[in-house]
Design a protein around this ligand. Structure first.
Ligand code: ADP
Ligand code: MG
Length: 681
């Protein structure tokens, strides 16, 4: 079916993510224009987009600060209209010859000179009769070299292709109790909408045809996910029966707190998975500070106790280090050997460690992505735990799994995330994994107070900080940049640190950022944990996972620039102990509407789920959880927030398709995703 477009066009279309005729039909108009009728001069609304025609009276080039081409035309009633062009070529000037006729589409302005249309799209002709389109004109996203008209033409050609039509006719279906599927009809009506449709509905993707297509898309995604899930379910893993083993008892007896009911419940869920012989594929979600680490470790004792290895992967060295220290402490009285593997472990030390991992002398291996990048061979990996999973790509997780595979056995997989996943998202992007949720926070927590402060009042904060420091409270101060920048007028770590050293001579102040050596970062974090540093100026490197319960103040500069999830994560660094904590958000005046909304949401809400719902609404799934690299087909027309009902419906129907119409489901999935190289996760 290549002949639908030339090779040159094909290479341009690829830039728009279009690889075949189906993608092309899924390239749907961003909006529609009504060029089916001419507008009367008397009906003009200021700023309105409309179509007019008239005879050319004269054209002239005038200077209004710069060169302007003005074409004077008169419509059928003799009313004068000026067409004004600011950028124009000699050829364009030439075409506007008096006596010819022009059809112009653009936005009209009424001003002192009269009625003006600025930079209209025009066609010039010898005859006053123009043939107008019978349907609304679709406007598509374009790319350099492939303009609007060309895309319209190619799509039209595709829709008229007999081969395409007959393929799509094969997917017209109506099963009992399910919505009718008719992609052909939906595509025709979306690309060439009839005039009976309401243009406002069209522009908002709200017609019944848009709804059909959204449903069809969601159904394809759901079927895809169910297939890949079935594949996963077929993977087998070692059986680890849940037990009240001695490791678990020992760790639990030494904890300075007792587990919440929610933590107990999710441990049971994980243990159940570990005992089935099928490969576990589970996401443990819980708000920042809900205590996921201990849950993962207690569940892991069932694997360690059977002498199988556990890998615990964290996205940053700071976090890997912190986990390592904690685990050394928790397993201190046991015979479990805990080791740390990061990019920072070098030379002979690394060599020995790799040997120990391979011969099984090490049982619990904590690390960063070094765990799968390097030449690591496991002896018998029973379980992979992936902390802050959204920081890793699907491929990285798969690599770790494959590394740990021994004969036919895969290691079980437990992923953790503090970015709670809204329901519609977990039904789509995470439909193929089991989810456990920690629903309650440890009891001793006092809710964090959030304050919003204008940047102009930044200095007043010094007094507040002094008081906090006197009370022996520790403070994080987060800046967006490491060093001063000419281009960005933003606060930086280096200058802020120097200011504090001046203003607060009696305090211990430190700084940390991503460009420091790992050993330096560790040193600073250790000093903060041991209270040798009381005020830590940092970049967002401290965003994920860092756990210093004594820290009770978090100041975030340029909070207006940060996303909701990021603000929530940063705020979650405090309020982890017994102290009352505060998060101060400094913002720059003249906020955009979007920034205003974000700050208001973070100010009013403490519940991570509510924040995540809003984040999903504002940013979409691609930005929010990095679904772009998730290996799962992205949605082009449906929207997980606005079309939540359709997601539910498709989720439900996909089940029926897979059970009762499997052959159809397979081919339908192929139609949507055949040429795309999606990872199966
Ligand atoms: P997150 O879920 O954000 O990863 P952590 O596992 O780092 O949270 O736990 C946050 C802090 O809460 C840690 O200091 C941890 O030891 C502590 N913690 C975990 N569970 C409880 C509990 N049930 N009661 C009190 N503190 C707890
Ligand atoms: Mg954590």
């Amino acid at each position: 079916m290549k002949s639908l477009f030339t090779n040159h066009q094909a290479s341009l279309l690829e830039k728009l993510g279009i690889f075949n005729w189906f993608d092309l039909l899924m390239h749907i108009p961003v909006r529609y224009e009504d060029r089916t009728k001419l507008k009367n001069t008397s009906d003009f609304q200021d700023g309105e987009l409309c179509l007019i025609s008239g005879g050319i009276l004269k054209s002239e080039i005038v200077f209004r600060g710069r060169r302007n081409l003005i074409v004077h035309i008169a419509d059928i009633n003799g009313n004068q209209i000026f067409l004004r062009f600011v950028n124009f070529y000699p050829n364009q000037v030439k075409q506007f010859q008096p006596g010819k006729f022009v059809l112009a589409y653009g936005s009209v302005k009424k001003n002192l000179i009269g009625i003006e249309m600025i930079h209209p799209e025009v066609s010039v002709s010898d005859s006053p009769m123009f043939e107008l389109p019978k349907t609304y004109t679709p406007i598509y996203p374009t790319t350099a070299g492939l303009g609007q008209k060309m895309i319209q033409k190619i799509i039209n050609k595709t829709l008229n292709s007999e081969e395409v039509i007959s393929q799509l006719q094969g997917y017209i279906l109506k099963f009992k109790n399910m919505r009718e599927l008719d992609l052909l009809n939906a595509f025709i009506n979306i690309h060439k909408p009839k005039k009976i449709e309401n243009i406002i509905d069209l522009n908002h993707y709200k017609t019944s045809h848009h709804e059909s297509l959204k449903y069809a898309e969601l159904l394809a995604q759901q079927i895809f996910l169910k297939f890949s899930r079935n594949k996963n379910v077929q993977k087998i893993s070692q059986v680890f029966l849940s037990s009240n083993n001695h490791l678990k008892k020992l760790i639990q007896s030494e904890l300075p707190f007792s587990l919440t009911q929610s933590q107990i419940n999710v441990i049971e869920e994980i243990e159940k998975d570990l005992s089935t012989g099928k490969c576990m594929y589970r996401l443990l979600q819980g708000d920042v500070g809900s205590g996921k680490t201990i849950v993962a470790i207690l569940a892991a004792t069932n694997v360690l106790y059977k002498n199988y290895q556990v890998a615990f992967m964290a996205p940053t060295e700071i976090l890997a280090n912190q986990h390592f220290e904690k685990f050394i402490d928790w397993f201190g009285k046991t015979n479990v050997k805990v080791e740390l593997l990061t990019g920072n472990v070098k030379g002979n030390r690394r060599k020995t460690l790799l040997e120990e991992i391979e011969n099984g002398a090490v049982n619990l291996i904590v690390g960063t992505h070094a765990l799968f990048q390097e030449n690591v061979k496991f002896n018998n990996l029973g379980l992979c735990i992936i902390d802050e999973q959204h920081r890793f790509g699907v491929k990285q997780r798969l690599d770790l799994m494959n590394k740990g595979k021994k004969s036919q056995y895969f290691p079980h997989q437990l992923m953790m995330s503090a970015t709670p996943i809204p329901r519609t998202l977990s039904m789509s992007y995470f439909a193929d994994l089991e989810v456990s949720t920690i629903k309650e926070m440890p009891k001793n927590r006092i809710p964090i107070k959030t304050k919003l402060i204008r940047e102009s009042r930044r200095l007043e904060l010094i007094e507040i900080l002094k008081k906090e420091l006197m009370k022996q409270n520790q403070i994080y101060w987060v800046c967006p940049l490491i060093e001063e920048s000419d281009k960005l007028n933003l606060k930086d770590v280096t200058n802020t640190y120097e200011d504090f050293v001046k203003f607060l001579p009696d305090s211990e102040i430190g700084f940390i950022h991503g460009r420091m050596k790992e050993s330096e970062k560790d040193h600073v974090m250790q000093n903060f944990i041991n209270k040798k540093i009381n005020l830590l100026v940092a970049t967002t490197v401290i965003e994920v996972g860092v756990d210093v319960p004594n820290a009770s103040v978090m100041v975030i500069e340029h909070a207006e620039r940060m996303g909701l999830s990021q603000l929530h994560q940063l705020r979650g660094r405090v309020g982890r102990g017994h102290k009352e904590s505060t998060c101060i958000l400094i913002f720059k005046e003249n906020l955009s509407e979007n920034a205003k909304e974000r700050l208001q949401i973070i100010y009013e809400n403490i519940d991570g789920f509510v924040i995540a719902e809003n984040d999903l609404r504002i940013r979409g799934p691609g930005e929010m959880i990095g679904t772009r690299q998730s290996g799962i087909p992205n949605l082009k027309v449906a929207n997980l927030v606005e079309d939540a009902d359709l997601v539910e419906e498709a989720h439900h129907d996909a089940e029926t398709y897979l059970k009762e119409h499997q052959v159809f489901a397979k081919s339908y999935c192929k139609l949507w995703f055949e040429h795309k190289n999606y990872l199966r996760i």
